[in-house]
Design a protein around this ligand. Structure first.
Ligand code: AP5
Ligand code: MG
Ligand code: ZN
Length: 218
């Protein structure tokens, strides 16, 4: 069983790596960012609350986020293990997660941190765009759709830039997340769960490194 956390600053490639991990290991992908974006699109109570933080690049309060994760992790489709992408992001969330995994009896097996320098992160985020229909992620520099103006995944033709990928917001997002990053890594380092991977490599090579870690764990 693999129950994995992917750590990494905004743009480190958590979503990109998750897709490849899901393809091979059939884990359930849980991205708090994706869940919030869906809630915002549906204008739910959580979505409206989250929007006021996300659009400025700030963190949604720990308790709101942890509740969302506990509900999701408690669902029956999570039998082959899970990837948490973007949660936890603070040591308070990491401690809340300890309680959640105990209550649900779904203990963590691995924590992988994707390390990318700030200059690359800014470049990646400013070049990212998304499919309006299915949310698939593209990049003007490294990942254009295979057929011009057509989503590889759903065939959609409309794309958009995430509100929080605009340059003013990116700066704050990086600052907010950088502050929490080292304490979070220390937390899992002490538990002997952490592996650090060079996220500057190609997506293929990043996955190869992750695969080496995970295949040792099966
Ligand atoms: P979230 O959606 O999780 O955003 P994030 O953490 O800022 O991470 P990103 O999704 O921007 O980046 P990623 O690492 O997935 O990179 P990707 O694979 O897309 O969260 C959004 C917001 O929600 C937060 O700011 C916060 O407000 C709130 N939130 C979420 N979780 C929360 C929590 N736990 N607590 C409180 N608030 C929370 O890649 C980026 C780009 O680079 C893409 O274009 C991709 O194609 C490209 N790329 C990826 N890998 C490579 C590579 N190896 N080489 C070249 N290009 C690459
Ligand atoms: Mg993501
Ligand atoms: Zn699509």
């Amino acid at each position: 069983m693999i129950n994995l956390i992917l750590l990494g600053l905004p743009g480190a490639g958590k979503g990109t790596a998750s897709e490849r991990i899901v393809d091979k290991y059939h884990l359930t992908h849980i991205s708090t960012g994706d869940m919030f974006r869906e809630a915002m699109a549906n204008k739910t109570k959580v979505g409206l609350e989250a929007k006021s933080y996300i659009d400025k690049g700030n963190l949604v309060p720990d308790k709101v986020t942890a509740k969302l994760v506990e509900e999701r992790l408690g669902q029956p489709d999570i039998k082959n293990g899970y990837i948490l992408d973007g949660f936890p992001r603070t040591t308070v969330q990491a401690e809340l997660l300890e309680g959640i995994t105990k209550r649900l009896n779904k203990p963590l097996t691995n924590v992988i941190s994707l390390e990318v320098n700030e200059k690359t992160l800014i470049k990646r985020l400013s070049a990212r765009f998304m499919c309006k229909n299915c949310g698939a992620t593209y990049n003007k520099i490294s990942k254009m759709p295979k057929v011009k103006n057509t989503c590889d995944r759903c065939g959609g033709h409309e794309f958009y830039q995430r509100e929080d990928d605009k340059p003013e917001v990116v700066k704050n997002r990086l600052k907010v997340n950088e502050k929490m990053n080292t304490p979070l890594k220390d937390f899992y380092q002490k538990k002997g769960l952490l592996t650090v991977i060079n996220g500057e490599q190609t997506p293929e090579k990043v996955f190869e490194d992750i695969d080496t870690v995970l295949s040792n764990n099966q």
